[in-house]
Design a protein around this ligand. Structure first.
Ligand code: GTP
Ligand code: MG
Length: 222
């Protein structure tokens, strides 16, 4: 499976993907209706690029980016899923093992907002119980075409218990903050799990959380 749009720095991506020098690896997924801007959001974050042309994603692919949180190297494996219904069986198969989701709608598209509840149910159905979710209303640069108010976005996020951002992949608004928030809440959840259940230091359990068995010290300081 591949994303239809080629990366501008494939060589670096491959190098980064193969890089074993990290403390934690988090698998993240970006989900939401077709055309809300998932691929654009990922390209903005990983490559700092944006293309106005719409090339709908076929299936699923990922990009890798390493970030630093509190002196820890956190390698993010970010999966970009196709929003089109016909790929749903393929994409939901990747929910398992994901530690975080960016659930995206388009502030100029009512249908994409109405679909958020269904996407949230899909997360509950197919993913790990402790998976963290951030709700994102993308394309906030298109204020003139807005049909979903920021208040409605916030209300829905509160109801679902998710942090919320309005973003623009085009103008690079809140893209980095969204990923940073997701990484932070995953780290918080990991710390809580370790505090409330000391047996979680058992390497097999840590493996499930971090997908990195050999270099775990059993604590999360990220
Ligand atoms: P699928 O792959 O079909 O699921 O769609 P997608 O969610 O990946 O959408 P994609 O990133 O391909 O973007 C769809 C269209 O919206 C493209 O024409 C993008 O250029 C445009 N777009 C994405 N993000 C923004 C944004 O923040 N602002 C504006 N104005 N356009 C955007
Ligand atoms: Mg796409």
């Amino acid at each position: 499976m591949s994303v239809s749009r080629p990366s501008t720095d494939t060589k670096w991506q491959q190098k980064d993907a193969a890089d074993q020098n990290f403390d934690y690896m988090f698998k993240l997924l970006i989900i939401g209706n077709s055309s809300v801007g998932k691929t654009s959001f990922l390209f903005r974050y990983a490559d700092d690029t944006f293309t106005p042309a719409f090339v709908s994603t076929v299936g699923i692919d990922f990009k890798v980016k390493t970030v630093f949180r509190n002196d820890k190297r956190v390698k993010l494996q970010i999966w970009d899923t196709a929003g089109q219904e016909r790929y749903r069986t393929i994409t939901t198969a990747y929910y398992r093992g994901a530690m975080g989701f960016i659930l995206m709608y388009d502030i100029t598209n009512e249908d994409s907002f109405n679909a958020v509840q269904d996407w949230s149910t899909q997360i509950k159905t197919y993913s790990w119980d402790n998976a963290q979710v951030v709700l994102v209303g993308n394309k906030c640069d298109r204020e003139d075409e807005r049909v979903v108010s920021i208040d409605r976005g916030k209300q829905l996020a509160d109801q679902l218990g998710f942090p919320f951002f309005e973003t623009s992949a085009k103008d690079n608004i809140n893209v980095k903050s969204t990923f940073e928030t997701l990484v932070d809440i995953i780290c918080e959840k990991m710390s809580e799990s370790l505090d409330s259940d000391p047996t979680v230091v058992n390497p097999t359990k840590v493996t499930r959380i971090t997908e990195r068995p050999s270099q775990q010290d059993g604590s999360c300081n990220c």
